[in-house]
Design a protein around this ligand. Structure first.
Ligand SMILES: *[C@@H]1O[C@H](CO)[C@@H](O)[C@H](O)[C@H]1NC(C)=O
Ligand SMILES: *[C@@H]1O[C@H](CO)[C@@H](O)[C@H](O)[C@H]1NC(C)=O
Ligand SMILES: *[C@@H]1O[C@H](CO)[C@@H](O)[C@H](O)[C@H]1NC(C)=O
Ligand SMILES: *[C@@H]1O[C@H](CO)[C@@H](O)[C@H](O)[C@H]1NC(C)=O
Ligand SMILES: *[C@@H]1O[C@H](CO)[C@@H](O)[C@H](O)[C@H]1NC(C)=O
Ligand SMILES: *[C@@H]1O[C@H](CO)[C@@H](O)[C@H](O)[C@H]1NC(C)=O
Length: 939
């Protein structure tokens, strides 16, 4: 091992850099998964495209095309209404120009604040007259002009329909369509009107209207038109404004048919401005303007002026309007946009389980703790993970939009790309934050993935079959829709739905899709959705961070719910170390302690009085108490542990399962905080300086915490960077490290860790714990599950690593403890029972031989007698069907006596096997553990 550890803690950017590089390498290895991920939108886009092509092919069938009676006789006349749209129209039909009239129930009547209008009673019979307002510079001129506006007593000519309409003032209260190939007035079930000064009883007439091959009898009723003079154009304006419909039920609706302002007109100069209502249109969802029925109003005025000048005999007739001819079109329908909302919701949501499972994976595999213990702070972890997922999502969305655009889906092409970008960008940010939040709840990748996918498909389906229903149901409260949109899946669905609606109408009408200005459209939910998602993002991200710090499992120390206040509290009350007080508190234990443990405690107390960093690890009366839960009493996991380790010492910690070894190590590596007492690593307090301790600490956890797809070298590079190694020093350190654990030769270091054998993984874990020349290393059962050869290999590594650093090692293997450790401590029920080097312990607790003998079960009695003759105070410690084990005090027996006695016994009965052994460390361990447990149950 090279290098001095004078390198300080790695800076934020160094940590970020290390994590970023590791993540990128990890991604490079995951190429196949990534390709699949990116292929998902491609596949769905292609699927949608294929469906679109299929639908278009179906629609383009003859039955949807412009109709034909028989071969050769085709055209608009021979088509059904469904087919008409695709017909070539070489000579468009002629339609009489109509004036727009208000519906009978809305026509202006005499209600406050309106005066001089017809009586309200007409509304009940539906016979209200239509009102025309007039103003201008010269009242007498104006009034005589409008007198000519309306004509009466015209008899229809059924053989010349257009002429009939040209001679009256025809009007309709139907909504206009988007084009004039078919005038909607003739296709509704409403009758038409002729506006006359007064109506006679039999003024209704029928005119034949020939459409294609059928002839309709259109009913034309008379409606009275009244003209009222107003003093100024502002008065006219005001009156109209007061009467319009705005959906408010309290408002009095009084609609005016039209208004004329003759301005400065006189006999030499005709100057008129006309008010007309262009909002009578059939705009089911499209937002596009219908045709305005304005020309007839103008013609009426011009005709009146002409008649004023030249007399009633002269007429200016307005026969008809017609559209320009057009070529035949294909019947297409942008099906992709219709399907889009559901499919694309799935595509975008698909990222959620991906991010979630990736986050949970690092937690489940404890990789997050591992990184933390080697010095990776929470802030760089969050920043890099977030940025990383953001990049991933951006690339994914980019591919998605690109594929979609390239294969020509209208959904992408017609809507403004900047709106799409903003929408997707806000959403993916929200989604990542949500994944972070959700990740705090899960601790298992499989559960997380399954639940993530259920969310994806559930949200999509619920959106398409439930939520969309509410969006489209006008009677459903908009407020509740907004409430539902607070669920991010629905917000996404709504946004995509709006985009698809806009592209759908844009495609059918040949206009632009959604543009920024459309955000203010009354029924466009996009603006609200953007707002909701943005606000949610601002809320969810900090909440996720907070929850991760406070309740999350697997990210290390759970912080206090008010952890962010702790810094403030600390500043206010500087914490003094009060050795004298603590000493008094620990007196009780001192008396109970065994002499060797007491001696260690005294050594620690001495060290605490004159703090030096001559010892690598000093634990001062460390205690850990887990609070009682569900009625259980509180658990004392560690009861006042004092220990001092100089550099270069390997301390072995033995103890039965559940003795508190892991609690102790967890405190020392900063996973949990001690309840009382403290630990010092290189003179730094584990309660306050953990971040600095991490830089000089190495941990080899019980289970290998490795990324399957990264190579050994990449692992070491990552952890080396976290330990603030850079450039050539980093390379050298990694090289040395690989060499030291025998992973260098044959390019083993460049193989993926997933392909390593158990022993290689273990050695890599040890190498990770040793990289960066840590002064303190914790190894939790480093050789568990290794074959003897690998184990020896590993022991050599640890032995070499002992120089200059303190190692705390837990193990269940006595052999390992004997080989590696300079000192041993047996830890039972939260406290050290004895401490010393292996030889001392054996001497102290041994003091007896273990005599084993196997006979047939009938001869057990004989064996018992034999043993008692040899050693009266022998103690049976083990007995199972003929095999018995006895403990004989060394001072009572001589080995030669034993041999002689056994030889003699052999002649009396059959002995299958026998043996005599000195105490092993194992015996010491069992004895100490049993003794302590017995003591504890007594007390
Ligand atoms: C108003 O118009 C009438 C004709 O209709 C004309 O005789 C009269 O002089 C005009 N008045 C003014 C003030 O121009
Ligand atoms: C009706 O119109 C036709 C064709 O324009 C014309 O020949 C005929 O005289 C008209 N009949 C009446 C009663 O005006
Ligand atoms: C309109 O003008 C006439 C005469 O100039 C006047 O008598 C009448 O009060 C005015 N009406 C309004 C509403 O101002
Ligand atoms: C114009 O027509 C629309 C209905 O299409 C109606 O809601 C509105 O009130 C009308 N405006 C006025 C000023 O009459
Ligand atoms: C028509 O009236 C407008 C508004 O009063 C005026 O600006 C314009 O000059 C007039 N045109 C003529 C030809 O008098
Ligand atoms: C608007 O047009 C659609 C079909 O184009 C039709 O179903 C609907 O009834 C029309 N609405 C009105 C108010 O005319």
């Amino acid at each position: 091992m090279t290098g001095s550890s004078s390198l300080g803690p790695a800076s934020f950017s160094t940590q970020a850099n290390a994590l970023m590089r590791k993540n990128l390498t990890f991604q490079k290895r995951n190429l196949r998964t990534n390709c699949c991920l990116v292929a998902f939108p491609l596949i769905l886009c292609i699927l949608v495209f294929a469906i679109q092509v299929l639908v278009n092919a179906q629609l383009d069938k003859p039955k949807n095309k412009c109709g034909c009676i028989s071969k050769g006789v085709c055209g608009i006349e021979y088509s059904t209404l469904d087919q008409v749209g695709t017909c070539p129209i070489p000579s468009p039909p002629e339609w009489p120009a109509l004036m727009q009239l208000p519906r009978p129930e809305y026509r202006a009547v005499n209600i406050e604040p309106f005066t001089d209008l017809p009586d309200e009673s007409c509304r009940r019979t539906g016979s209200c007259p239509v009102t025309i307002l007039v103003t201008g510079g010269n009242r007498s001129l104006g009034e005589s002009l409008v007198g000519n506006l309306l004509t009466s007593g015209f008899s229809p000519n059924s053989s010349d329909v257009l002429n009939t309409f040209a001679n009256i003032l025809p009007g309709s209260d139907t909504d206009t369509e988007l084009n004039n190939f078919l005038e909607s007035a003739f296709f509704s079930n409403r009758y038409m009107y002729s506006v006359q000064p007064r109506c006679t009883t039999n003024s209704t007439f029928y005119v034949p209207i020939k459409i294609a091959s059928i002839t309709l009898q259109q009913e034309v009723r008379c409606v009275q038109g009244i003209q009222l003079w107003r003093n100024s154009s502002s008065a006219v304006n005001d009156e109209m404004y007061k009467g319009f419909r705005d959906g408010n039920p309290d408002r009095k609706i009084n609609e005016i048919a039209a208004a004329y302002d003759f301005l400065n007109s006189n006999e030499n100069n005709f100057n008129v401005s006309i008010w007309y209502n262009s909002t009578y249109k059939n705009d089911t969802g499209s937002g596009a303007l219908g045709l305005a029925r304005a020309p007839r109003s103008l013609n009426a005025a011009s005709n009146a002026y002409l008649q004023l000048l030249r007399g009633a005999g002269v007429k200016m007739l307005f026969d008809y309007v017609k559209e320009m001819p057009k070529a035949g079109t294909k019947f297409t329908f942008d099906f992709s946009s219709l399907l889009g909302a559901l499919f694309f919701t799935w595509v975008i949501l698909q990222l959620f389980p991906v991010i979630l499972s990736s986050l949970v994976y690092e937690k489940q595999q404890n990789l997050r703790i591992m990184m933390k213990m080697h010095g990776l702070g929470d802030a760089p972890y969050w920043m890099i993970s977030y940025t990383y997922f953001l990049c991933l999502s951006l690339v994914y969305m980019l591919c998605f939009v690109l594929f979609g655009s390239i294969i020509g889906l209208k959904f992408f092409r017609l809507n403004d790309y900047t709106i799409q970008f903003v929408f997707y960008f806000i959403y993916i940010n929200l989604q990542i934050s949500l994944a972070f939040l959700a990740a705090t709840v899960f601790s298992n990748v499989k559960t997380a993935t399954v639940i993530g996918h259920i969310c994806v498909f559930g949200s999509g389906l619920m959106g398409a079959y439930l939520f969309q229903f509410f969006i489209e149901d006008e009677s459903f409260s908009r407020g509740w829709v907004v409430v539902m949109e607070c669920f991010p899946g629905f917000a996404l669905y709504r946004g995509l739905y709006e985009l698809s609606q806009y592209s759908l109408t844009a495609d059918s009408l040949g206009i632009d899709g959604m543009r920024w200005k459309n955000l203010s459209d009354s029924d466009n939910g996009m603006r609200v959705v953007l707002l909701i998602m943005f606000i949610e993002w601002l809320i969810v991200l900090p909440v996720a961070f907070y929850v991760d710090q406070v309740i999350s499992v697997g990210s290390g120390v759970k912080k206090h719910p008010l952890f962010f206040l702790q810094n403030i509290r600390k500043k206010r009350m500087p914490s003094f170390r009060k050795p004298s007080l603590q000493r008094q508190g620990s007196k009780v234990f001192v008396e109970m302690d065994k002499p060797d443990v007491a001696q260690e405690r005294e050594k620690v107390e001495q060290l605490m009085l004159e703090p030096t960093s001559s010892h690598a690890i000093v634990c001062d009366n460390l205690k850990k108490v887990y609070p009682g839960r569900d009625g259980n009493p509180e658990k004392l996991a560690v009861r006042g542990l004092s220990l001092a380790l100089p550099p270069g010492e390997c301390f072995g910690m033995l103890g039965p399962n559940g003795a508190g070894k892991t609690s102790f190590i967890s405190m020392m590596i900063g996973l949990t905080t001690p309840t009382s007492g403290s630990g010092f690593v290189q003179g730094l307090d584990i309660r306050t300086d953990m971040d600095r301790i991490y830089t000089s600490m190495g941990v080899c956890p019980q289970h290998d915490l490795l990324w399957e797809t990264l190579t050994g070298r990449e692992h070491l590079l990552f952890y080396g960077r976290l330990k603030n190694f850079k450039g050539a020093a980093l390379m050298q350190a990694v090289e040395d490290s690989l060499r030291s654990v025998n992973l260098f030769h044959g390019g083993v270091g460049d193989k993926k860790a997933g392909k390593y054998s158990g022993g290689m993984k273990r050695r890599l874990s040890v190498a990770i714990s040793l990289i960066g020349d840590p002064k303190v290393v914790y190894m939790d059962e480093p050789s568990t599950g290794l074959d003897p050869a690998s184990r020896n290999n590993l022991w050599n590594v640890v032995k070499r690593a002992k120089q200059g650093r303190a190692i705390i090692l837990t193990t269940h293997s006595m052999e390992e403890a004997e080989v590696l450790c300079d000192r041993l401590g047996i830890f039972v029920d939260g406290s050290l029972q004895c401490i010393g080097n292996p030889k001392e312990l054996k001497g102290r607790y041994g003091g007896s031989y273990v005599f084993t003998m196997t006979t047939s079960s009938s001869q057990e009695e004989e064996v018992l007698n034999l043993v008692h003759r040899l050693s009266p105070s022998a103690n049976k410690i083990y007995h199972i069907s003929g095999t018995q084990k006895f403990e004989m005090p060394k001072q009572e027996v001589r080995i030669t006596d034993v041999f002689a006695a056994v030889e003699k016994a052999k002649s009396k009965f059959t002995i299958y096997a026998w043996g005599l052994a000195d105490t092993t460390l194992e015996d010491v361990f069992i004895k100490v553990a049993r003794g302590a447990q017995a003591f504890n149950t007594l007390s």
